[in-house]
Design a protein around this ligand. Sequence first.
Ligand code: BG6
Length: 499
Amino acid sequence: MKQTENQILIIFGASGDLTKRKLIPALYSLFVQNLLPEKFAVLGASRSPLTDNQFRKRVEEFLPKEKQVAEFKKLLFYQPVETNRIVDFIPLKKRLKQLSTDLQIEKNYIFYLSTPPSLYEVIPRLLSKNKLSKSSKHFRRLIVEKPFGTNLASAKELNTKLLNYFDEEQIYRIDHYLGKETVQNMLVTRFSNGIFEPLWNRNYIERVEITSAESLGVEGRGGYYDHSGALRDMLQNHLLQLVGFVAMEPPTVIDATSIRNETIKVFQSLRPIPENRIVDHVIRGQYTSSKIKNKNVAGYREEPGVDPKSRTETFIALKFYIDNWRWADVPFYIRTGKKLPTRVTEIVIHFKSVPHHLFDSGNNQASTNNQLIIRIQPDEGILLKFGMKTPGAGFDVQTVNMDFHYSDLTNTTVPAAYERLLLDCMQGDATLYARGDGVEEAWKFVQPIINAWENNPEMPIYGYPAGTWGPEESFELIPNAEWRFPCKNLTDDGLYCEL
Ligand code: BG6
């Protein structure tokens, strides 16, 4: 285990939801596992005029009722800051100095931007003006939450601005999907086993499918979501990062430079979809009101904060290609959406069928392609589907499962994504964070879709009743085949699964 230097984590936007729901619980879990530095403090900073104690009280509701919580809370401090006022950074700096002295913590600082994106440039600028941004004897790091820009131009602009105040090595662009244990395991599955990688290419793989479904709707975030939509909220970041891990070449070593170089090569090889072909490759949808388990469910346009005439997509399905040696002509299909039948994220590798169908007879499933399913969440695991002889007369073939579930590992807890990512940043490891050029490449790929939708507002957006697998048009994206219909349990499929 790497040594973690003593440090202070400053969270801007500390009175917000992310801090309470994700960051503080992740820090608590690190504390319980003894993974925090020997000397460590969290300084919450935001507009609300809270005292240290009031801040501690606020975050309590998201912590378990355990004895250690009292000890953990002693690490939490709070400083009110009007984050766009330079004068407020003077007391902030003084407070940091004071904490360092009182708690004997070296002046190593991580600044976490958990604020509205409009402050992503302002805070680093004010930190720099107050001489808080340069690493020298002590390190200074900056974590930037998503969304990183709203299109290619704004992402580039943000990168340029941040680089005025922090060096690239100091900037940690968070994508919490990379913090998921199962996503990292994809690298281990591919590169630590002799049996998968030789098949992992255009010669043996027929298509790759990625589904990231959510059963929840916009849950009170209508105001944000209506300006974002599934393309910006999920596909440009989380799902393209998954594509990066599925499709990358073996890195030379596991470190930030090698891994990120390889994923960026994948993004650079994504075949651009011309604006006038978007309708053939991209299906967008929006959930409409329906009845789920006898309960009326509101449609997207009826959600608070959403424009009643909104044309924002709550579902997107996309077909694309990766133009390189390994993946030439292998179609990739991605879909993601809100208010789908269940919460599931998985990658399905569809292998090509055998060249000669020896056992094809009548209606048996002899020509069913092998599938490898990498389940990111829930029921995390891996499932391999293959053909087996049905016992008895003749040579009938049936598809059977070979499956591994993380839940079978005893005494192992799968760490939450934020836990892993926070610890990595504390240790100066950016492997699981996005690099500026990677984020730009990902935007470059989705930009023609944004343009096509903006320039052609009449382009179809299909309704789908809440609780279904998205618009039927998305089924037609895959010729002569179907999406896998996953269920909560990894091994159940093929059913129009339970809600
Ligand atoms: C966030 C999106 O980045 O990811 C949310 O803004 C989405 O809209 C969430 O619900 C999904 O994350 P997870 O970890 O629940 O799959």
